[in-house]
Design a protein around this ligand. Structure first.
Ligand code: DI6
Ligand code: FE
Length: 390
């Protein structure tokens, strides 16, 4: 059955040893001689076992909310208009800077726990609501600290180039200099991020500015990823590919050349249907083109207060199917193995000997059911690093 639908194994079993998968296959074929006499048995009869879900794009460390802006948008204002008037990302920057460490951590923990309740075992968290050196590093530290009291793997990304902070209004190039000369070197030196991201868009930074950020990232040994072609074709996908980006994310307005460049670079396309839905976007990412070029497609929540206030990766899998035409199988790959690839992680996202034993155990037996429901499902059990998550 391995090569069939979802590479599903009927009547299967997984043997875990020291946090890693040791054997996987039909129960009848397990080598029982390899099992410890006192090993714990998790009964998964009548259930479906998938890799633990990987949310490869979130901005979950922030304070406050943007409910007022949602009202403004419902009254006719656009996301870009609100951003240009000093709202948008900058309003969350104000709230985040004003929050104490304890407040920021507590508000972020709630969102992390909601994600985890939906079967997520690895979460990427971006900074991007501090927008000065100390505040960005503080957000990354808080993000990293969350794994101390949550059974989840956290990967952090520096998104200093998210928006132009108020102190640098009209001086975007000077801010980029601060990102390159202070923020990136400090984040790298203190081991606070594994990748650097940016927002390449007419309301944020242009390709020349992002190229400077990427050059600095690479000088400091960090991988790059990019918010590209979300609201317009700004050439972000091609730029990301030029720097061997782990991923290019959003991509609603990606061009043929952009997709071809991503394919050549082996970058993952991260689809964010929550933002597409919440902004009532009209243009879909070029899913067919991505398929034809063999670009891996991941699916993520983009959990953020302005464009995707959601903590359900399962809901995103459903939206990726309904809005973007993914198959449920593609959606599941998008939230597991392809999401891991978007983070540069090859030790998870697949149930295979040697990989991390991060698993989600769901009621039912058809993997399509995960993308079929509009969220709402919770796994019967989650195994994280080989241990049952309580
Ligand atoms: N694209 C997005 O959708 C989020 N950031 C980005 O670069 C929006 C962030 C926000 O509005 O707070
Ligand atoms: Fe984002």
């Amino acid at each position: 059955m391995r090569d069939g639908r979802y590479s599903l194994v009927e009547d299967g079993a997984v043997h875990i040893l020291e946090g890693r998968i040791d054997q996987v296959g039909p129960t009848a074929e397990m080598d029982l001689g390899l099992l410890h006499s006192d090993c714990e048995v998790i009964d998964a009869r009548g259930a479906l076992v998938t890799p633990g879900l990987v949310d490869c794009h979130t901005h979950l460390v922030y304070a406050g909310n943007r409910a007022r802006e949602f009202e403004m948008r419902q009254a006719g204002a656009t996301y870009e208009e609100i951003a240009r008037a000093g709202g948008g990302i900058i309003s969350t920057v104000r709230a985040t800077r004003a929050a104490s460490n304890a407040e920021l951590r507590a508000q972020s923990s709630v969102r992390l726990e909601e994600l985890m309740a939906g079967g997520v075992t690895t979460v990427e968290i971006k900074s991007g609501y501090g927008l000065d050196v100390e505040q960005e590093l503080r957000c990354l530290r808080i993000a990293r600290s969350l794994c101390a009291d949550h059974a989840v793997s956290i990967v952090t990304t520096l998104l200093g180039a998210h928006s132009i902070p108020p102190e640098f209004a009209g001086k975007a190039d000077d801010y980029i200099t601060a990102v390159c000369d202070e923020m990136i070197p400090r984040a790298a030196k203190e081991g606070l991020a594994t990748a650097v991201d940016g927002f390449c868009e007419r309301i944020a930074f242009n390709t020349a500015q992002i190229a400077r950020v990427f050059e600095a990232a690479q000088r400091h040994g960090l991988r790059v990823k990019l918010h590209a072609e979300q609201l317009s074709d700004s050439g972000g996908a091609r730029l990301a590919a030029r720097f061997d980006a782990l991923s290019a994310d959003h991509l609603e307005y990606a061009s043929r050349e952009g997709v071809a460049a991503l394919a050549k670079a082996g970058s993952v396309a991260v689809l964010l249907p929550g933002a597409y839905y919440f902004l009532r976007e009209k243009r879909m990412p070029p899913v067919d083109l991505l398929r034809r070029h063999g670009v891996k497609m991941a699916v993520a929540t983009d959990c953020n207060p302005g464009t995707s206030p959601s903590t359900s990766l399962l809901a995103m899998m459903n939206m990726a199917c309904v809005f973007f035409g993914l198959s449920p199988e593609e959606a599941l790959a998008g939230a597991t193995c392809h999401a891991a690839a978007a983070l540069g992680l090859d030790d998870r996202g697949v149930i295979e000997k040697g990989r991390r034993a991060d698993l989600a155990i769901w009621e039912g037996s058809d993997p399509a059911q995960l993308a079929w429901q509009i969220a709402g499902q919770q796994p019967r059990h989650v195994v994280f690093e080989g241990r049952l998550r309580q």
